[in-house]
Design a protein around this ligand. Structure first.
Ligand SMILES: [Ca+2]
Length: 300
């Protein structure tokens, strides 16, 4: 499996030492700059702050391709999140401390990062709830992560419970193909007809619902972490996609982690075959539940 849900593409975690030509650099400047892509659209920077002599501020610079470095932010904390990056791009970052002697401040060694193609913000829940709307039944879970330090769990104790986590809409292009994937684990999921599932809904430019497709559905029982993936084609008029992570007419617990959603080439299949369809049985289940989620109460 190529896309094993590893969404953190870190090209260079090695700390950047300071410019060696400065005798003061090692003492006054920030060290061990790390850049990590949290998703296709968020890069996180961390560094060790030097001993503070009063108020300390850091300047963060980013370079795209061969362009010159340019300042993208200033912060007093020894960390920064850059949410103005594009999926599938290579960036370099460097920082320097602004301690009132700007003329002497040296930039750290630049570190590089490659953002994944993933269009989802926070696909692995490493940023907590950011990018999702969690119902009461959902909890971030630091004891059960597939990747990183946490996953998200949906839990229901009543029979026939339906609850879902909704992700923020991401922009898509009509008729384009998208690879969707996730890691999922279940414990004691019981349902007569449904179970744990994940789906993608398509919306038009006016945010009107068009249709939905399951990435995985009707998983019951206690299953270890498993990888599920489907290639989906956005409908012609689709402009947004929204992920839903569900416990559908079921009780029990389900965990989700390491979501993936990125543009891909059209699948090479015989005409008439639906990419990724997981057999007639699952198709029937999907048809049967089409109306159920539609009638679920919409949340603002
Ligand atoms: Ca995670």
């Amino acid at each position: 499996m190529k896309s094993l849900g590893v969404s953190l593409l870190v090209l260079c975690l090695c700390g950047g030492a300071l410019a060696e030509e400065s005798g003061f650099g090692n003492f006054f400047g920030p060290a061990e700059l790390e850049a990590t892509s949290l998703s296709g659209t968020v890069v996180e920077l961390k560094w060790n702050a030097p001993p503070a002599m009063g108020r300390q501020e850091f300047e963060v610079q980013r370079q795209e391709g061969e362009a010159p470095f340019r300042t993208v932010g200033k912060t007093e904390a020894p960390g920064f999140q850059d949410a103005a990056v594009e999926p599938g791009q290579r960036y370099a970052y460097r920082i320097r401390a602004l301690d009132g002697f700007e003329g002497e401040a040296v930039f750290s060694k630049a570190v590089q990062v490659l953002t994944p193609q993933n269009l989802l913000l926070n696909p692995s829940f490493e940023l907590g709830e950011r990018g999702y709307r969690l119902p009461q039944e959902a909890q971030l879970d630091e004891a059960n992560a597939y990747e990183g330090v946490r996953s998200v769990r949906l839990e229901a104790h009543r029979w026939e419970s339906t609850s879902y986590i909704r992700a923020m809409p991401v922009r898509v292009e009509g008729e384009r193909w998208y690879q969707s994937s996730l890691w999922m684990r279940t414990e004691g999921v019981k349902s007569y007809t449904h179970g744990a599932k994940a789906l993608v809904s398509w919306f038009d430019g006016g945010k009107n619902f068009i249709s939905r497709e399951d990435v995985v559905s009707a998983v019951r029982g206690s299953q270890p972490w498993g990888f599920f993936t489907r290639t989906l084609q956005a409908p012609l008029t689709a402009r947004y996609a929204v992920w839903y992570l569900c416990l559908h007419k079921a009780r029990g617990s389900v965990w989700f982690d390491g979501l993936g959603f990125h543009p891909t080439a059209p699948p090479k299949e015989l005409p008439g075959m639906r990419a990724g369809a997981a057999g007639g049985e699952r198709q029937e289940i999907r048809d049967a539940v089409q109306g159920d989620l539609e009638s679920s109460p919409r949340r603002p």
